[in-house]
Design a protein around this ligand. Structure first.
Ligand code: COA
Length: 260
């Protein structure tokens, strides 16, 4: 599949995905969602892809939300279907088994903030702005905002953002834990990539299991979460990577992981 609204570049273990509708501030229309779904399938299937960087084209926006032109005419049945389709694509990205870092280069509003939250880590440019303005349109979030935002920043702060619809700047997003770091705009992609590369130095199976344990663990009882963690701990003990990582430490050399 060739894409009309996305740029995909795979090199040196990293898939760089750019939402590419800058004239519409990279708003998520049905085509973007479909193409994003296809890209996630490729990310899952391509063993040469070890991590993902996601950003928006142009200097102004990461993603300014779902495409309001499309929302304006939807009815209840297609509205629900639109939400569930986008939710499924975002969820699949979140569960693709490879670390995904969002490089937030401007407005991350509505579906844009929700897309950034479906990534595992978020690096923001100093001028980035975040918000869930759906209530200003008389609708609520449809791509996971009511679910992921409280988990990231706590219920009170999430409700303030969700109910006022007001934007916050990157510094405030960092303060409340919505983003992991804030960097100068001209350093954004380099810093996001450096963060991703730091993760990619580690055992890929361990990284995958940690993402899975945290994702599942948040929904589990303490006992069930601990059991899952212990099972992962045991399972990883059967991997070549675990032998290599521990042997490298003991031999005071850098580990060479193979993902097996
Ligand atoms: N859906 C569809 N089109 C969008 C869009 C969206 N979510 N966000 C921006 N655009 C379009 C604008 O309509 C405009 O298109 P045009 O040039 O054909 O008129 C273009 O992108 C540029 O946006 P504009 O509003 O002119 O830029 P701005 O700098 O004045 O304002 C924002 C920037 C982000 C504050 C403003 O675009 C905005 O509020 N967007 C909607 C945010 C939102 O509510 N998102 C949640 C949707 S559920």
């Amino acid at each position: 599949m060739s894409y009309t609204t996305l740029l995909l570049d795979v090199a040196d273990g990293i898939a760089r995905v750019t939402i590419n509708r800058p004239d519409k501030l990279n708003a998520l229309d049905a085509t973007v969602i479909a193409e994003l779904g296809d890209v996630v399938g490729r990310i899952e299937a391509d063993a040469t892809i070890r991590g993902v960087l996601l950003t928006g084209a142009g200097p102004k926006a990461f993603v300014a939300g779902a495409d309001i032109g499309e929302l304006a005419s939807q009815g209840p049945v297609d509205g629900k279907a639109r939400a569930q389709l986008g939710q499924a694509v975002f969820r699949r990205l979140e569960r693709c088994g490879k670390p995904v870092v969002a490089a937030v280069n401007g407005f991350a509003l509505g579906g844009g903030c929700e897309l950034a939250m479906a990534c595992h880590l978020r690096v923001a440019a100093e001028g980035a702005r975040f918000g869930q303005p759906e209530v200003k349109l008389g609708i609520g979030p449809g791509y996971g905002g009511t679910v992921r935002l409280p988990r990231l920043v706590g219920k009170g702060r999430a409700l303030e953002l969700l109910l006022t619809g007001e934007m916050i700047d990157a510094a405030e997003a960092w303060r409340i834990g919505l983003v992991n770091r804030v960097v100068p705009a001209d350093r954004l992609l380099a810093e996001a990539e450096a963060l991703l590369r730091k993760i990619l130095e580690n055992g890929p199976l361990a990284v995958r299991f940690v993402i899975e344990a945290v994702d599942a663990g948040l929904e589990l009882s303490v006992d069930d979460g601990l059991l899952l963690e212990a099972n992962h701990f045991g399972l990883l003990s059967a991997t070549a990577d675990m032998r290599e990582g521990t042997a490298a430490f003991l031999a005071k050399r850098k580990a060479a992981f193979t993902g097996r």
